[in-house]
Design a protein around this ligand. Structure first.
Ligand code: SF4
Length: 653
């Protein structure tokens, strides 16, 4: 009878050319689950304090979830973890596709890589062997080309799965990610640069081992029930109606709690682009480097990025492993690239509204260019917006840009800047490491215009609209992330359905109450962080989790897969443990949590005078204090208290 996990990891030392299996004690899984928790367990122990993120002591982990391949649904997500060269602290990035199950089919719950190879290599793994192979001829190829070459070279009966870097990772751009599935990026934290510094071009996985859950029958019973919710559909409206809905949400003084079923309908039909125009209208999407509003990117302009624009180009939909929704798609495009993955909401708005760019053709093109380069589109768009504002303020000049006029709403300028960043050419070399590094080099007050938290560019959700985002951007061990929590996420997770002690939000409430910092909100935010660590430990897609815990049985699946008999409270406790491990990692590496707070502008200091978020400000200081207390961390510094660390050591020893 199985237990859902394989009980071992693959450990690779590129400096020594050594590869070995390492058995993992059951207690490690019980304490930290799999996925990100397993990564936190090893990285905290094995990366020495102060290690150079681009040096040999940094360790990169590639991790499937504990539930991946067990017959559960939505569990095809994988993670790459390491010390981030972008933030200097804990780094992680999450991606879907087919790669997660491929790790487990090789018989591992994680592949960890340390050291630096003397020459470019790729790691080839099956269920019976693992070896390093020469990748000199692949160095310089983009990620899509690299994958095609390696698939052709290594194909046996089945197509192998590939994770690789493109030129951005090779050039050690601090906003580089790791690419799978012909252009899907584990984008955040700059971990592609770590792979490039290690001269590890790719991982090629070609195993065929089967994963056995403890109770397969129960797994399937639970999955069938979940699938009924995933398939539930309503006849739905057109793209423009989404903009109208956003405008209504902006005008009403009241807000209704969000049910994730609505998001699921939107996701099934359009993918994340369903949010595009609605988010602009309701004030969720930051505009013009966070200093503008929906009025600067009004319905006539934002119509250019309406969900239907992207849907019209979609030629095929696709699913990640074990996903019943399938929010992905391939779009036919014109110009240099014939096709590209359907751009995500984050990509469209970072390269669109944030720069006031209303040219979808440029967004399609840059989407593919960035995917192939292996560069984070959120950070790229945010860095372009930063550069335009610096140019506007005279902090960079025509001389710096090589004669390129930087202006809001100029698609050609956005394209030219991103192309230069990908090539590290001219001004692009300055910008290729993101806003914080560029602002330090530019000097004067350039840092005021760098919309980042702890060095990581902020995503396309405005904390002045939902203060939960503002909090999580600031306090997460990997700052500047939108995939953890917000007030809306808490409503959609529906954790109170499984953990009755957690607060149940009102169905309808006054918007003004969102801005009051209080203990109840802190409990909800901490619950979001804990739950997200469970999801990332299990390999569950965030969008699946939005169905709510009464519809997606994450806790029950974990018990059925492993044979454990644990309560939802026990799992959230494991989530809290992982959060403290990641924060302890940061403290070990000299990160001051308070310094991860994003700039005042993003908190409404001063408040905007017009648009959806006018007169709104976030009390981040009080919210952070309340949040840190929930984890047994010092409420002033954000560092885990000695007694919290002692408990952590006991529980993870
Ligand atoms: S909802 Fe989308 S991202 Fe999530 S698992 Fe399904 S296809 Fe992948």
């Amino acid at each position: 009878m199985g237990r859902g996990y394989t009980g071992k990891i693959l450990w690779v030392d590129l400096s020594l050319g050594e590869i070995r299996d390492e058995a993992i004690d059951d207690r490690v899984y019980e304490a930290c689950l799999g996925g990100m928790g397993l990564g936190a367990h090893f990285l905290y122990q094995r990366i020495p304090a102060g290690a150079d993120p681009l040096g040999p002591d940094n360790v990169l982990g590639f991790l499937p979830g504990l539930l991946t391949g067990t017959g559960s649904l939505f569990t095809g997500r994988w993670m790459v973890v390491g010390k981030s060269p972008l933030t200097g602290g804990w780094g992680d990035a999450n991606c879907g596709g087919m790669f997660s199950a491929a790790i487990k089919r090789c018989g591992y719950d994680g592949i960890f890589v340390r050291g630096v190879s003397p020459q470019p290599v790729y790691l080839y793994v099956t269920h019976s062997k693992a070896e390093l192979r020469d990748a000199a001829d692949l160095w310089g190829q983009d990620a899509v080309e690299t994958e095609a070459i390696l698939v052709a070279r290594c194909r046996r009966k089945k197509r192998p799965q590939v994770a690789c870097i493109g030129p951005a990772g090779e050039n050690r751009s601090l906003i580089a990610g790791v690419c799978t599935d012909r252009g899907r990026l584990a984008a955040r934290s700059g971990l592609g640069a770590v792979m490039g510094a290690k001269r590890l071009k790719a991982l090629v996985l070609a195993g065929s081992r089967r994963i056995e859950p403890h109770d397969r029958e129960n797994m399937h019973r639970l999955s069938r029930r979940c699938n009924r919710w995933a398939q539930f559909q309503i006849p739905f409206v057109s793209g423009p109606v989404m903009a109208t809905l956003g405008a209504w949400m902006r005008r009403l003084p009241l807000q209704t709690a969000m049910d994730g079923l609505l998001f699921k309908f939107m996701l099934s039909k359009w993918g994340t682009t369903s949010m595009n125009q609605m988010s602009v209208e309701m004030g969720d999407s930051p505009i013009k480097n966070w200093k503008g509003s929906n009025e600067d990117f009004g319905p006539r302009r934002s119509a250019a990025v309406n969900a239907d624009v992207f849907k019209a180009c979609e030629v095929v939909k696709y699913h990640c492993t074990s996903c019943p929704i399938g929010c992905g798609g391939i779009c036919r495009t014109e110009g240099r690239f014939q096709e590209t993955h359907k751009p995500e909401y984050e990509t469209v708005l970072a390269l669109g509204g944030l720069c006031l760019n209303e040219d979808p053709a440029s967004i399609f093109y840059l989407n593919e260019l960035l995917n192939r380069a292996g560069m984070d589109s959120i950070s790229a768009g945010a860095t372009v917006a930063f550069a335009i504002e610096c140019f506007e303020k005279g902090l960079i000049t025509l001389e710096d840009t090589g004669g390129l006029e930087l202006a809001w709403g100029n698609a050609a300028c956005v394209v030219a800047l991103v192309e230069k960043m990908v090539r590290r050419e001219g001004i692009g070399d300055l910008l290729a490491d993101g806003t914080r590094v560029a602002a330090r080099k530019i000097g004067r007050d350039a840092m005021h215009y760098a919309m980042q938290a702890g060095g990581q560019e902020l995503p396309m959700h405005d904390g002045r609209n939902d203060p939960g985002y503002a909090l999580h951007y600031a306090v997460e061990p990997s700052p500047g992330r939108h995939t953890v929590g917000s007030q809306m996420y808490y409503e959609m997770y529906r954790l109170w359905k499984r953990v009755p002690d957690l607060p149940k939000p009102s169905m309808v409430y006054r918007k003004s109450t969102k801005y009051l910092a209080d203990e109840v909100k802190a409990v909800c935010s901490a619950a979001c962080s804990k739950y997200l660590n469970v999801l990332n430990g299990a390999g569950v897609c965030l969008f699946g989790a939005f169905l709510g815990t009464d519809r997606i049985p994450v806790f029950e699946w974990l018990n059925a897969a492993t044979g454990w008999h644990r309560t939802p409270e026990d799992y959230l406790e494991a989530g809290a443990r992982i959060q403290t491990l990641r924060q302890a990692f940061n403290v070990k590496h000299g990160v001051e949590p308070r310094r991860n707070f994003p700039p005042d502008r993003t908190q409404g200091l001063p408040a905007l005078h017009r648009g959806a978020n006018r007169r709104r400000a976030v009390d981040l200081e009080q919210m952070a204090r309340d949040y840190w207390r929930q984890f047994g961390w010092d409420e002033t510094s954000g560092k885990p208290l000695p007694e919290t660390l002692e408990r952590l050591e006991r529980e993870t020893a």
